[in-house]
Design a binder for this molecule. Structure first.
Ligand SMILES: Cc1cc2nc3c(=O)[nH]c(=O)nc-3n(C[C@H](O)[C@H](O)[C@H](O)COP(=O)(O)OP(=O)(O)OC[C@H]3O[C@@H](n4cnc5c(N)ncnc54)[C@H](O)[C@@H]3O)c2cc1C
Length: 378
């Protein structure tokens, strides 16, 4: 049995799901493979806030907020029932942070209001400083969004061990009598923190571990908030608490109830938590890049480049050679649900129409520096 596709996407998190959706919108025949199923990696653990970035107008803030504007419209259009546009409040951590907020204000390039301490009090939020309220922001039901985006797309539960290319096509050979042999023109790697299917060292993909606890509660909380951790609004009697800061965790591990309870403890500085009862525990790894910008586009043929151009480690800048028809969508960091729709659209436009990938996210940006700094120092 042989199955033919335009593109195979490896990974069914929010990156893979949005890429599959965008490519099918462009009439591509797409297959998604995931070793554990839809949103089984970092995406399934995410609180999935979709909110803007605050700061002093850095290039990353500008890109994030461009992606935010696109993402909220995308979720409202594709799955309004799974995007809860509750608004998100950003609260300063302390007095120093509060001073920074006043500098940040002129760089708020999406709709916002200032919520005073009194206003926050009335909403049941204990706060000491003025905060930003972003009315268009909200959070997704992470798993439901991924499932919804993939609902009309072929998906198989398979762990891809190696990438194999033959006669100008990618081939996934049948693993048993029931498993078809699959051929495709393109492969997209959307594998999150697991980046061992090609030499992606130059992208510096690394995982940061996080935990989310969903708590049953009767607390009336209509708005979501973020202050070092995320506190979701009460949706159908459930409130989500989440944070991803643990860089020292290198491997996926069982979720720890103690982590969720410590999030509840931290949340008690913001809201009344006395009736919060842990209902479900999630944890996972989010994958970031070296410079915190997403990684989108082609994959450079590292072995070929290093062999053909040994002087690259001393600053030469030859033209890049790529692994044929191999693409990446990764490095979405702590904002996978914000970045994925726009990044997936750009990747789909590149693959189908040849439209150049935005330089800010093109994974090529990291290659020469990696050759000089890392390979060159070995
Ligand atoms: C606790 C927590 C809270 C978060 N909160 C937010 C938030 O509020 N807002 C936000 O925008 N983001 C949030 N994030 C970040 C967000 O989850 C990530 O940015 C997002 O998951 C990245 O998605 P992805 O598709 O790139 O990776 P993943 O979701 O990790 O998907 C990768 C998939 O690839 C599969 N895979 C890997 N290797 C193979 C292989 N060889 N063969 C087959 N399948 C393979 C895995 O099984 C996995 O399903 C949070 C993350 C965590 C952990």
């Amino acid at each position: 049995m042989l199955k033919l596709y335009d593109t195979i996407i490896i990974g069914a998190g929010i990156a893979g799901a949005t890429a599959a959706y965008m490519l099918t919108q462009q009439d591509q025949k797409v297959l998604v493979l995931d070793k554990k199923g839809i949103a089984s990696g970092g995406s399934g653990a995410a609180g999935a806030f979709v909110s803007p970035k605050i700061g002093k107008g850095s290039p990353l803030q500008t890109l994030t907020n461009e992606a935010f504007s696109f993402a909220k419209e995308f979720y409202l259009k594709t799955c309004p029932e799974y995007f809860h546009q509750t608004g998100v409040i950003r609260l300063p951590k302390d007095e120093v942070d509060a001073e920074k907020f006043s500098e940040y204000e002129k760089f708020n390039d999406t709709a916002y209001e200032i919520y005073t301490k009194e206003k926050l009090d009335a909403l049941g939020i204990q706060a000491h400083f003025n905060s930003f309220y972003f009315p268009d922001a909200g959070d997704c039901d992470a798993v439901a969004v991924c499932k919804n985006l993939l609902s009309d797309i072929d998906i198989m539960m398979v762990e891809v061990m190696v990438l194999h290319r033959e006669d100008n096509a990618w081939i996934i050979v049948g693993q048993d009598a029931l498993f078809p042999t699959i051929k495709a023109k393109n492969i997209i790697l959307a594998t999150g923190h697991e980046s061992n299917l090609s030499d992606l060292r130059y992208m510096g993909i690394r995982g940061t571990w996080g935990t989310r606890g969903d708590f049953n509660t009767a607390l009336e909380l209509k708005v979501s908030m973020h202050q070092a951790m995320s506190v979701g609004a009460n949706i159908d009697g459930i409130l989500k608490l989440g944070a991803t800061h643990e860089k020292e965790v290198k491997e996926v591990q069982p979720c720890r109830e103690a982590e969720a309870l410590s999030l509840k403890e931290k949340a008690s500085a913001l809201i009344e938590t006395s009736d919060l009862a842990l209902k479900e525990l999630f944890c996972g790894m989010r994958a970031g890049s070296k410079d915190y910008f997403p990684l989108v586009g082609k994959v450079i043929d590292v072995a070929y480049m290093l062999e053909k151009y040994p002087e690259i480690v001393r600053g030469a800048k030859p033209e890049f050679s790529y692994v044929e028809n191999l693409y990446i969508l990764n490095g979405l960091g702590g904002r996978g649900f914000v970045f994925a729709p726009l990044m997936a659209k750009w990747l789909a436009q590149y693959i189908v129409e040849g439209k150049e990938i935005d330089k800010r996210v093109n994974a090529d940006r990291l290659f020469l520096k990696w050759c000089r700094k890392t390979v060159g120092s070995i």
